[in-house]
Every structure is written in C-alpha cells, then in structure tokens.
Design a protein. Sequence first.
Length: 196
Amino acid sequence: MKMLYVDCCISQRGPESRTRALAGAFLSAFRESHPGAETETVSLETMDLKPLLPDFLNRRDALKGRKAFGGPEYALARQFQAADAVAVAAPFWDLSFPSVLRIYIEHISAIGLTYHYEADGCHGDCKARRLAYLSTGGDAEQADSLGVLYWKQLCAMFGIPRFDHVFAGGLDLDPGRVPALMEAACERARQLGREF
C-alpha cells in the first residue's frame, strides 16, 4: 500500500505547527497499523509550484491529445493518481487553505489521467480508496467549511469513494484550551490513521 502525504503545513511556528502535529498523529498511527505501507511525501512549502498559465496549459493539452502523460507536466498528477490512499494537511486560512494547495490541485487535476468525461459527466480515474483532510484553525469548525467541501468534491471528481476529515478548531479563541483541543483532535487523527 502506498500513502501519499500532501504536506501543506505552512506556518510561522515552523516545527511547532499545529497542523503538522495533527498530521504527525495521523501518520504515526497509520504507519504503526500498516507496517508494510510506503509513505511518499509532497512538501508544498519547499516546492516552486507555479499556477497553470497559457503556455503550460497548451503544452499539457498537446500531450493530453497524444495521451503522453509521462513528462514532467504530469508528474504530480501521476503520483496522485497512483496512490492507494491520500492524506492532505493544511491550515484553515482565509476560509479555505493556503494558495499553494490550490496550485497543487491545478497540477493534479489532469483530464485523461486523474479523471475523464463521458456523456453522463465526470468520472474519476484515481486509484485511492480514501482521502483524509487534516486541518487546524483559530475559529470553531463551520459545517460548510470551504476547504472540507472542496476536498470532498475533489474526491468525487477523482473517483475516491471515501472522504474523512479531522479539524482542530477554536485554537485562537482561548489560549488556555489549546493543549486540550489539540490532544482531542490528535486522538481523532490517530484513530483515523489506525483504521485508514
């Protein structure tokens, strides 16, 4: 089994990132419960991802027309498409998530590779059976969180049948409650990692 971990734990806290702690709890439990599994990490904070502008899109379209998905233009999409399971970790920023994660989504959304169209609509072509979205935020969780809804809809587009998420919220409302809130969220993440 191959787990793809998309690390978007961008934080001024560096190694003390609360999102990183949540993701670490999930990944540790996953590795303990799946000792033979391979984890591949994409660190968005260290990548130089560019938005898809016309020249790049034209190159990708020309390759797509020949079903030539082996080049660097499709590297992230190939990696995502081949994963057996996916975990995405990102903080709750400006009602969704950091912009580099949106750029990553542009790169993995590749018609003919991660999804395709038929007369009845969009069909996913990704191998993953589950995706976990792990997030932290200063405010309480909202039922209509855009980041959660976005990843849930992406799972449907990519053909990933099960979506799970853990949100550690309210972290800026009362500093005294942060350790307890984080521990409760990390325990939910550990439980999800064990049974993922």
